[in-house]
Write a protein that binds this ligand. Structure first.
Ligand code: PHE
Length: 449
């Protein structure tokens, strides 16, 4: 049963948690959001969101998870018996299905791009040729679906292995490889030619003129998404962390590695983009449309392309397993299923939702709402509504339901650890985060316009 499962070691737990946080959000999304939102100004606001909102929410979710020691539903049932709080788990299960469905789409594209790296697909690439390659592939009704399902099968295979032998073991292997590849790519990107440095300037010289309410919303949504908070992943993994571990320190290690990887991904991608005179604001297509042209112009480009897309797959996989585990843990504990059965059933359901997201670029491309296709709707709903909403509820629960004493007891391991900033975190959880996140969320939805 999953509530008896634990991570075997501290380093394994950190690898799994950091693996969840570090994902497509860091390598695919962060560089293009930075490119679209004015570079360094966005990064500064993003870091402020991480420090003042992200860290307290992560601590709240982590503490609730470890104190409850069960899946999301079981945890709320245990910590707030005879209340409606356990119904919150329905939102988390839906959120994980929504995110995983479009995560699988991008991860599937990535697997395809990795496989074609060694063909001549990107040779002599021009803007028109990469665009054609991308559109032809993503709009095909079958190919991207096959890749997406393949990715889901790999994710399920890890989850079937369980907490220690599946999640922890795979993260301990994949995370170091990911760091090494990323650092190599940073060196390569910075040494292409004299224009690489323009990419660095774009990343680190703030241009405050471009900042608007939209920038804050984008930064906050990204902070939630990137840290994997607001939907029960940290709660579910928190339940697998042993009682004597220092979760305050672990939360910092996870947040720090997540932020470092996002910035390194910016360094690996944007200087290369500038070196070849390409615009940084290509949006979600940045890594699929711009980078193939960059690789085409680099010596050993095929190899660099392969390495880059491999990096993206590893990052995606360590996150997708955490998303699937939320639902699987729920099925195991509450519906008393075996891990294998729970995994197969949830994988099938989420893959079916995912097919719609994937074919949103092909047969369903004209199905839109407010000008967004199904894929954009999923991404927008998850990052800008469901995760912030989850974050508000988690903070409210920590600040008002669980309360100061229980929370302090959990974070300090029964007063054994001294956490100087505890009062500050608690104040944010109780008063600041719910209000600020709500305002930013409503603002992003255009309620105040
Ligand atoms: N944090 C992951 C990323 O950056 C995405 C994710 C969101 C994973 C929510 C789990 C929960 O890609």
């Amino acid at each position: 049963m999953s509530n008896n499962e634990h991570f075997g070691s501290k380093i394994g737990a950190i690898a799994a948690l950091a693996g969840s946080a570090i994902g497509l959000g860091n390598i695919w999304k962060f560089p293009y959001l930075t490119g679209e939102n004015g570079g360094a100004a966005f990064i500064l606001i993003y870091i402020a969101c991480i420090c003042f909102i992200g860290i307290p929410i992560m601590l709240a979710e982590f503490s609730i998870g470890r104190r409850g020691g069960k899946d999301v539903y079981g945890t709320f049932k245990k910590l707030a018996p005879n209340t409606k709080w356990s119904a919150f788990s329905i939102i988390t299960v839906c959120t994980s299905a929504v995110i995983l469905s479009y995560y699988g789409t991008i991860a599937g594209w990535t697997m395809h791009y990795m496989c074609i790296s060694f063909t001549d697909a990107f040779q002599n690439a021009t803007p028109a040729s990469v665009e054609q390659l991308f559109t032809e592939f993503t709009s095909n009704p079958y190919h991207p679906v096959v890749w997406q399902i393949l990715f889901m099968i790999v994710t399920a295979a890890v989850i079937i292995g369980g907490v220690k032998n599946g999640i922890e073991r795979s993260s301990k292997v994949m995370m170091p490889i990911l760091f090494i590849i990323l650092i190599i790519l940073c060196f390569r990107s910075l040494t292409i030619n004299e224009h690489s440095i323009d990419g660095l300037a774009f990343l680190f010289k703030p241009n405050l003129e471009v900042v608007s309410a939209k920038t804050f919303m984008a930064a906050m949504g990204q902070a939630f998404f990137s840290l994997s908070v607001g939907m029960g992943v940290i709660m579910t993994y928190g339940a697998y962390v042993k009682k004597n571990e220092n979760i305050h320190q672990m939360a910092y290690q996870v947040v720090l590695s997540d932020t470092i990887v996002a910035i390194l991904a910016g360094i690996a991608i944007l200087p290369a983009t500038f070196a070849f005179g390409m615009a940084p604001n290509a949006g979600p297509g940045l890594v699929f449309l711009t980078l193939p042209q960059v690789f085409a112009q680099m010596p050993l480009g095929q190899l660099w392309s392969f390495i880059f897309f491999l990096l993206l797959i590893l990052a995606a996989l360590t996150s997708s397993i955490s998303l699937l585990e939320v639902t699987v843990a729920y099925f195991i504990n509450e519906l008393k299923m075996k891990r294998v059965t729970a995994t197969i059933i949830t994988t099938i359901i989420i893959s079916i939702v995912g097919v719609f997201t994937t074919i949103a670029f092909g047969p369903l491309k004209d199905t839109t709402l407010f000008g967004m296709n199904i894929f954009d709707i999923m991404d927008f709903t998850a990052s800008n509504i469901l995760l912030p909403l989850g974050g508000i509820l988690i903070c409210y629960f920590a600040g008002w339901v669980l309360g100061k004493d229980s929370l302090r007891d959990e974070i300090t391991n029964g007063n054994k650890l001294k956490i100087t900033l505890f009062g500050f975190y608690f104040f944010i959880m109780r008063y600041v985060a719910p209000v600020v996140v709500l305002l930013l969320m409503l603002n992003g939805l255009g309620i105040f316009n």
